[in-house]
Design a binder for this molecule. Structure first.
Ligand code: FE2
Length: 249
C-alpha cells in the first residue's frame, strides 16, 4: 500500500487543534446556556455576529478561488472546495433565516445595521477574515489545512457543546444542523493534507498558518463573547477605540 505523504502532519494538526478545542473562549456562553441564563437578546447577538462571519466567507473563498489554476490540483480537490463554499453560504442563510423567523429583526437590512452584524475594519472579526483572505496566495492544500484542521475543529467542538446546552428548538437546531457539514470539512481537510502536502517546506508552512488562523479565530471568539455579554471589546478599549466606536455606531 502506498503511504500517504501528509499522514503524520494531518494527525499532528488535528491533535493540536483538538487540544485547543478542549476549552474555548465560548465556555462562558455555554455555561450561560446550561444555567438557562442565555436570554433572547444574547442569543440574537450571538447568531447575528456568527452571521457576520459567515457573510465574510464569500469574500474569503472568492479570493481562494482566484488562486486556483488549471491542473494545479485534481478535480476532486476543487469539487470538495466547491462543496465547502456551498455549505458556508447555507450557514450564512441559516443564520439570517433564524433572525427573521425568531422575529429578532424585521428585514435583512436590520442585521446589516446592527453593531453585531456590521463590518468594521479594526475588530477581531476583520483581522480573522483578513488572515484567511491573505491565504489566497498560498497553495490550496496549505490553506485548507489552516482552516479545516484549525478553526473548524475548534468551531465544531464549541458548537456541539452549545447545542447540547440549549433548549430553544430553533436556536438549538441552527447549531445541530451544521454538524454534518463541519465534520465533512474536517475530513476533507485531513484527506487533502494526507494526499497533497508532501514537502517539508509545505508542512512547515501548514503548521505556521494553522497556528495563526487558530490565534485569530480565538480572538474573534473572545470578541464574540464580549458582544454577546454586552461587554466592551478590546478594540473599543484600545487606542483605536474612538474610531471603532464611530464605525459600529
Ligand atoms: Fe459554516
Amino acid at each position: 500500500m502506498i503511504e500517504l505523504p501528509g499522514k503524520a502532519l494531518a494527525r499532528e494538526l488535528i491533535e493540536r487543534s483538538r487540544g485547543a478545542a478542549r476549552s474555548t473562549p465560548l465556555d462562558p456562553i455555554i455555561a450561560m446556556a446550561r444555567e438557562k441564563r442565555l436570554d433572547d437578546g444574547a442569543a440574537f447577538r450571538l447568531v447575528c455576529r456568527l452571521w457576520a462571519l459567515e457573510r465574510l466567507f464569500y469574500y474569503i473563498y472568492g479570493g481562494w478561488g482566484q488562486g486556483l489554476e488549471l491542473n494545479d490540483f485534481p478535480p476532486g480537490v476543487k469539487y470538495l472546495f466547491a462543496r465547502q463554499i456551498m455549505d458556508e453560504s447555507t450557514h450564512e442563510m441559516l443564520y439570517m433565516d433564524t433572525m427573521l423567523r425568531k422575529g429578532w429583526i424585521e428585514k435583512q437590512r436590520d442585521a446589516f445595521e446592527h453593531p453585531c452584524g456590521r463590518f468594521a475594519i479594526n475588530c477581531a472579526l476583520s483581522s480573522y477574515a483578513y488572515t484567511l483572505r491573505y491565504f489566497a496566495s498560498y497553495p490550496h492544500s496549505v490553506r485548507i489545512a489552516a482552516l479545516n484542521l484549525g478553526p473548524k475543529i475548534v468551531e465544531l467542538a464549541w458548537m456541539e457543546q452549545l447545542a447540547a446546552a440549549l433548549d430553544d428548538p430553533i436556536v438549538k437546531g441552527v447549531f445541530e444542523s451544521q454538524f454534518v457539514e463541519n465534520r465533512s470539512h474536517i475530513n476533507m481537510g485531513r484527506r487533502i493534507v494526507e494526499e497533497h502536502i508532501a514537502t517539508p517546506f509545505e508542512s512547515e508552512l501548514a503548521r505556521r498558518v494553522t497556528e495563526s488562523a487558530c490565534k485569530d479565530y480565538a480572538k474573534f471568539l473572545r470578541e464574540l463573547v464580549n458582544l454577546v455579554m454586552e461587554r466592551e471589546t478590546e478594540e473599543q478599549k484600545g487606542p483605536m477605540g474612538a474610531i471603532f466606536q464611530r464605525v459600529i455606531e
